[in-house]
Design a protein around this ligand. Structure first.
Ligand SMILES: Cc1cc2nc3c(=O)[nH]c(=O)nc-3n(C[C@H](O)[C@H](O)[C@H](O)COP(=O)(O)O)c2cc1C
Length: 167
């Protein structure tokens, strides 16, 4: 899939079929994540890939989006490693680039995924469940699976409203 088409047609997918996500797809999604740009090339992303039903369910209970996480065949918890951070805003931007790459890769592979950040309300609980060190800050969880949703158009405010200078 062309990158512009992937950007334009990707939607947040919150319902999945039972079909397993092949491991090679998960590797491709993680690989897309680590090829994001990062400030000073510090690459602060860390990942916990969870397929185990029991652990997935424990993590799912930490968010209001329990159903989304429980029904996804795989979830990837994305952490920021504070051992290598250097600037709050720039490191946050880096993590956004990483997660967007992952969402686009999932879409290009024919999968559906969504960025779940609400779970940050329970970031310490999720970190402990994943066995991550204290320096790892939970940024988001990305549930992934084959979509069970109808095609979604999406909604954006047009360029005429958001571009305020063309000189
Ligand atoms: C920083 C961030 C946090 C988000 N957190 C959540 C979330 O906690 N739960 C959720 O259902 N969607 C979440 N989303 C997905 C947005 O709701 C979604 O991207 C937006 O509504 C636009 O829809 P689209 O992705 O289908 O274009 C988040 C997206 C971003 C970028």
């Amino acid at each position: 899939m062309d990158v512009l088409e992937a950007i334009r047609t990707r939607r947040s997918i919150r319902k999945y079929t039972d079909r397993d996500v092949p491991d090679e797809f998960i590797e491709k999604i993680l690989t897309a994540g680590i090829w994001a740009p990062s400030g000073k090339n510090n690459q602060p992303w860390r990942f916990a890939v969870v397929k185990d039903k029991k652990l997935k369910s424990e993590i799912a209970k930490q968010t209001i989006h329990t159903n989304i996480l429980e029904n996804a065949p795989v979830i990837i918890a994305v952490f920021l490693d504070h051992n290598v951070t250097y600037d709050v805003v720039k490191d946050a931007n880096t993590m956004g680039a990483c997660i967007q790459n992952m969402l686009l890769a999932a879409h290009a592979l024919g999968l559906g995924a969504v960025w779940i950040a609400e779970i940050r309300n329970k970031m310490d609980e999720v970190r402990k469940l994943c066995g991550a060190p204290e320096e790892y800050e939970l940024i988001a969880v990305v549930p992934i699976g084959f979509s069970r949703e109808k095609e979604k158009k999406g909604r954006r405010t047009g360029l005429e409203k958001v571009v305020f200078l063309r000189k």
